[in-house]
Design a protein around this ligand. Structure first.
Ligand SMILES: Nc1ncnc2c1ncn2[C@@H]1O[C@H](COP(=O)(O)OP(=O)(O)O)[C@@H](O)[C@H]1O
Ligand SMILES: [Mg+2]
Length: 222
């Protein structure tokens, strides 16, 4: 299993006491599998993805990615693990505004002193159709183009696991569909493992498995 989530709980503090958002989530994903997670707004999908990404820690339970129990890693090792093994695409792109498209894509490689970072970043930008926009800052790119850059940045490290949280959620319908298609094409071409949060039935239907997060628990979606 590339991803093993076992009995994961997550609570947040609230004035009236802790609120449990995730109440025993189990999820096991094989290498090369594509899994869609659907669920109502506020059901905890982004919370779950942030636990899978090691950006937050479960209240109880364990998350193992590519054989590593995230809770057993030091901050430094976790950051390194994230940079090398995970690709993450967020709804709001999260590009560095002061860096060009090319610099955004090469950054994860530069941070790990990977050889040929700029060449690999150029190639990744080419794969998302943005070779000609390499020197543009995000402010000079459209939303769809920014998300293409973010997808290139996520895939440039050839991650063991790609996480995507509503990747087309902030784009208009047509641009969003193009982004969804591109993401799937790249995932399929690489045989990458994908865990995708989406509101799109069409996108979810493209995945090998479709799970619903309801009342803090994941189960097969009817
Ligand atoms: N850091 C946090 N502190 C307190 N509550 C949070 C925090 N993050 C998320 N929540 C709450 O957890 C619930 C689930 O949020 P989220 O995971 O963003 O849902 P979804 O992505 O499914 O829309 C929401 O009620 C949200 O307000
Ligand atoms: Mg969300």
């Amino acid at each position: 299993m590339i991803l093993s989530v076992d009995r994961v709980h997550k609570s947040f503090a609230a004035p009236s006491g802790p609120i449990e958002i995730l109440c025993g989530v189990d999820l096991h994903v094989k290498e090369g599998e594509t899994v869609a997670i659907v669920g109502e707004s506020g059901s905890g999908k982004s919370t779950l993805l942030s636990l899978l990404a090691g950006l937050d820690v479960p209240t109880r339970g364990s998350v193992c990615v590519d054989g590593a129990d995230l809770a057993s890693l030091s901050e430094v090792d976790l950051a390194r693990f994230r940079a090398r093994r995970l690709g993450i695409v967020f709804q709001q792109f999260h590009l560095m505004s002061g860096l060009t498209a090319l610099e955004n894509v090469s950054l994860p490689l530069e941070l790990q002193n990977a050889p040929g970072a700029l060449d690999r970043a150029r190639e990744a930008l080419d794969h998302v159709g943005l070779a000609k926009r390499a020197d543009h800052l995000p402010s000079r790119l459209s939303g769809g183009e920014c998300q293409r850059v973010a997808i290139a940045r996520a895939l440039v490290v050839e991650p063991a696991l790609l996480l995507a949280d509503e990747p087309s959620g902030s784009l208009d319908a047509r641009t969003g569909e193009a982004i969804d298609r591109l993401l799937f094409e790249l995932v399929e071409r690489r045989g990458a493992t994908l865990v995708l949060v989406t509101h799109s039935d069409r996108l979810a239907a493209s995945c090998d498995r479709r799970l619903a997060l309801v009342d803090g628990v994941l189960s097969a979606d009817a």
